[in-house]
Design a protein around this ligand. Structure first.
Ligand code: NOJ
Length: 486
């Protein structure tokens, strides 16, 4: 299969190869591949596992997903985990990023609740197998699958979840920290908080714009900071691991060269990336966000700002709470002031509207266009605004539909984005420590169900066996890893 790629490369080098960087990846650069529990595991009620918000909502209303599917079986990684690890190993990556299902490990989920023996064993097997095969486990503690029992209590809008989360994370360090040295506290808090509680596009499908989104992240940021400090004092001295958080960002470039569009793009970055990153990298929310939301809240007749305030102690505790910074990045937009949004809402607070250049290549997903230079500019943005922190790209990938084993579009995407990573490292001095392809497998792509494919490996969801077949992009990525160049 990969022959097709190389034949195309030979016949039409311009298509596949245009302007790729000749630099090599540094010797200590780490390559990885990722999945997440609800998207691949299945086994939704095995070993005492209880429902997460996704199980609950999709069991209640199958029409939420494009193909009326859910994650009950998904890729069946609950049973096929060994085969998955074999695929990870054959790819030659340094690490495997996967997440733990909170309600599999702690079926009652709340602080002080009991462990599921099967849950504990399931992740033990995976961790031990990875280590035996010299693959470093990177564990995401929370990847969108809040236990439904906690959601009944308000989920991320109720501050009691902070203690529940801390108990859960501590449990992970106690159980697995002797072997797991890389932890990611949250995956894309932006999506849980905005799409989960504000625009209602993802579970728990709540729509409380411009208030619940801010409250949700406030609680996540505090949970993140607290668990970072707990790990630092109680675990790091003996376990010697590292903790980070994964923040996603679209890159916002100005629509034109005008000062107004440049300012709009700066606001977009503050409201969309800074909201999540600033408290951790610099202390507190971006000043612009604090001032603008306070001002608009006043105009809306509210006694106080819709953006919650951190105490001075919280600001200090959260500031600097990372050993590496996870970055999920897929695409870019062009920004200008304007737009008609509900009042109040985060979008209205931000006050900008998104455009796309018609020359950009669209993927099958309605939010993903191929704009490789945006990744380089985003890396430079992070370096310039936040003192060049060590950045681990924890996700990057391309969406298409169908079986499509000769996935030249995904190959082109991976090559062109990695080429920009090389330039960011060698020409801009960005401290990028690694790259993670999303995803190892086609999997449950949230409200798209199984219609949207991100896998380096195709999965046949019609077969009982969930047969896995590597696509051409799997071989191309494997070659990049082994050569450390494009
Ligand atoms: C971000 C999320 O972390 C992951 O769950 C999702 O599948 C990919 N992006 C692609 O949309």
């Amino acid at each position: 299969m990969i022959a097709v790629y190389y034949v195309t490369l030979f016949l039409f080098p311009g298509i596949v190869f245009c302007g790729l960087s000749n630099y090599s990846f540094p010797d200590d650069f780490q390559f990885g591949v990722a999945t997440a529990s609800y998207q691949v595991e299945g086994g939704w009620n095995e070993g005492g596992r209880t429902e997460s918000i996704w199980d609950y909502e999709l069991h209640k209303n199958p029409n939420i997903t494009d193909d009326r599917s859910n994650g009950d079986i998904a890729c069946d990684s609950y049973h096929k985990w060994k085969e998955d690890i074999q695929l990870v190993q054959n790819l030659g990556v340094d690490f495997y990023r996967f997440s733990i299902s909170w309600s599999r490990l702690l079926p009652s989920a709340s602080k002080g609740s009991e462990l599921s023996k099967d849950g504990v064993m399931y992740y033990n097997k995976i961790i031990d197998e990875l280590i035996a095969r010299k693959i470093v486990p990177y564990i995401t503690i929370f990847h969108w699958d809040t236990p439904q029992s906690l959601e009944f209590n308000g989920g991320w809008l109720n501050e009691t979840i902070i203690e529940d989360y801390i108990y859960y994370a501590r449990t992970l360090f106690d159980l697995y920290g002797d072997r797991v040295k890389h932890w990611i506290t949250f995956n894309e808090p932006h999506q849980t908080c905005e799409q989960g509680y504000s625009t209602g596009e993802k579970a728990p499908f709540k729509k409380m714009q411009g208030t619940a989104d801010y409250l949700c992240y406030h609680h996540m940021a505090i949970s993140h900071g607290r668990i970072y400090r707990i790990y630092e004092t109680d675990y790091k001295p003996t376990q010697k691991g590292q903790i980070g958080i994964t923040i996603d960002s679209v890159f916002g470039a100005p629509k034109t060269n005008s000062d107004s569009d440049k300012q709009a793009a700066a606001d977009y970055m503050d409201f969309q990336y800074g909201w999540f990153a600033h408290p951790i990298l610099s202390g507190n929310y971006p000043a612009k966000m604090i001032a603008k939301i306070a001002d608009l809240s006043k105009q809306q007749g509210l006694a106080k700002s819709r953006l919650p305030e951190f105490t001075q102690e919280e600001i200090k505790m959260i500031n600097g709470s990372f050993d590496f910074l996870g970055l999920n990045h897929y695409t870019t937009i062009l920004s200008s002031y304007g737009g008609n949004y509900p009042v109040p809402s985060h979008r209205n607070d931000m006050g900008t509207v998104d455009f796309r250049d018609p020359s950009w290549k669209p993927s099958a997903a309605d939010w993903l266009w191929e704009v490789p230079w945006g990744l380089r500019q985003l890396l430079v943005y992070v370096k310039d605004h936040y003192n060049n922190p060590p950045v681990l790209i924890t996700e990057n990938g391309w969406a298409n539909r169908g079986k499509y084993l000769q996935d030249l579009d995904r190959i082109d995407y991976i090559n062109s984005y990695l080429s920009e990573v090389l330039k960011a490292i060698h020409e801009d001095g960005c401290k990028v420590i690694g790259y993670t392809a999303w995803s190892l497998l086609d999997n449950f792509e949230w409200t798209y169900g199984y219609t949207m494919k991100f896998g380096l490996v195709y999965v046949d969801f019609d077969s009982q066996n969930r047969t896995r077949i590597p696509r051409d992009s799997y071989d191309v990525y494997k070659n990049i890893i082994s050569n450390k160049r494009l």
